[in-house]
Ligand binder design. Structure first.
Ligand code: ATP
Ligand code: MG
Ligand code: MG
Ligand code: MG
Length: 432
């Protein structure tokens, strides 16, 4: 007899099969018990008839607690009433692992309780759906960049310098000197792009975010493509193609997960349509002013209400381009004819999910970059290696960083970024 995953039920209708999984929920009457079963591929219903399994086995099965691990044998049937479409009529059930008084029952719990039990909360159908979408975004990311000739390079996580100041950095002792957990792999990606042309990083990054928001984790994964011989326009095209590709693949490969989450497909379809609208920072400020925002001036970075308002003025993700130089890092070049804004863009997700990409062109002129390093109070000694990239065959290049968990949160349509990571790290959350 074939051992199958629940998700493959459709290929085994009217066959007797073996499935290994857990009891996620159950209810029963005098003659029939309904078990919700999960095996990591999906959830579906198992039916146990007293008539089939006999009185003794029926009584035993009826009383199995939630999360009992079981091996079942039964026949797959279509089940038009369920979202999943199939069910199994169980003829044999063997307990593989017993369970006790399970703390998370299908009733509502508060967030703190659920976060304390994150190791068990992951078993819920909603968390399962989110992790499937996260997995699809990771898979599609590799496909997108590999198909376009990008090489994945892995920047170091322990770093010796702090390009954007130390306030958001986690510092640790490194044999007597200070080391910092990487907050971005970009500078290394630039070095790799000068070696290999087109590269992308995909790894964990760390920021000591001291505020509590729905969008910030202290540990999150970032995808940072970097492209030699590439100006901003071409980079924006890669960015919108990439994001549209992610949404397309989630729509095509995560139907069941999107159903579980109740995510509106028509809305997601809209996000697969490129190009995405573009406005300048100057225009964004004007738009906010015209609409009564008096808590922001030209030169300020946007807060979440500003980003949300701007996003709501468009139907798709929107690029905000050319921010003031003084709120952006030292490596961004001035826009032509301007001495106050740099060639960069943030991609703001619709529906109030905020910035999902930050990107820019990179300063390629040795002297200008050296001057910026000094102006930003960074040491030339620390950045000598980075300056070298402008000494030997410096070319125009651009790149961007997309936050994985931000993107998962947005595409899944969930409230809070903590559910986009299997074991999220937040201001007051280091365990489990
Ligand atoms: P924000 O303005 O939202 O704080 P940022 O401008 O500080 O983001 P970047 O340095 O541009 O972020 O990083 C690139 C991307 O990484 C962001 O567009 C976002 O998707 C993601 N990101 C940044 N900080 C966090 C965080 N604390 N938690 C999760 N994702 C993050
Ligand atoms: Mg930030
Ligand atoms: Mg930002
Ligand atoms: Mg940014």
């Amino acid at each position: 007899m074939e051992k199958i995953s629940i998700i493959d039920s459709k290929n085994h209708v009217n066959e007797v099969v073996e499935i290994n999984g857990w009891i996620a929920n159950k209810r029963s009457s005098g003659k029939i018990a309904f078990l919700t079963l999960r095996d990591g591929s999906a959830y579906f219903q198992g039916i146990v008839l007293k008539e089939t399994v006999g009185e003794e086995a029926f009584a035993q099965i009826k009383n199995l607690p939630q999360e009992t691990a079981v091996k079942i044998i039964g026949e797959i049937h279509e089940d038009k009433r369920s979202k999943f479409g199939y069910e199994i009529e169980i003829s044999q059930l063997e307990v593989i692992g017993t369970s006790g008084d399970y703390p998370i029952t299908p009733k509502e719990h508060g967030t703190d309780f659920l976060m304390d039990h994150r190791h068990l909360w992951l078993r819920s159908s909603k968390q399962h759906a989110i992790m499937q979408i996260r997995n699809e975004i990771i898979r599609a990311t590799y496909e997108f960049f590999n198909d376009r000739g990008f090489i994945k390079i892995d920047p170091p996580i322990l770093t010796g310098s702090a390009p954007e100041g130390t306030t958001e950095l986690f510092e640790t002792d490194y044999f007597g000197q200070s080391a910092y957990l990487s907050q971005s792999g970009q500078l290394y990606a630039e070095a790799a792009a000068m070696a290999f042309g087109k590269v992308f990083t995909f790894g964990p990054t760390f920021r000591a975010e001291k505020s509590k928001t729905r969008r910030h984790l202290t540990e999150f994964w970032m995808i940072e493509p970097e492209m030699a011989f590439t100006h901003q326009d071409e980079s924006l095209k890669v960015q919108e193609d990439y994001v549209a590709f992610l949404v397309r693949n989630v729509l095509d490969h995560c139907e069941y997960a999107l159903d579980v989450l109740g995510r509106d497909r028509d809305v997601l379809e809209r996000y697969t349509q490129t190009p995405y609208p573009r406005i300048s920072y100057d225009e964004a400020i004007e738009l906010l002013k015209e609409n009564g925002f008096d808590d922001i001036e030209w030169g300020d970075d946007f807060g979440s209400p500003h980003e949300t308002f701007i996003a709501n003025s468009f139907e798709k993700p929107v690029f905000i381009m050319n921010y003031p130089a003084k709120i952006k890092p030292f490596y961004m070049p001035l826009a032509p004819g301007r001495d106050d804004v740099v060639i960069c863009a943030d991609l703001i997700a619709p529906e109030g999910y905020g910035e999902i990409i930050g990107g820019s062109e990179r300063e390629v002129d040795y002297d200008v970059l050296a001057e910026n390093i000094e102006k930003f109070g960074l040491s030339e000694e620390e950045y000598g290696w980075y300056l070298d990239l402008r000494k030997y065959g410096s070319v125009p290049h651009s790149g961007f960083g997309l936050g994985l968990e931000r993107t998962v949160t947005w595409i899944s349509g969930i409230e809070h970024i903590r559910e986009a990571s299997p074991f999220p790290r937040l201001l007051h959350r280091l365990r489990p």
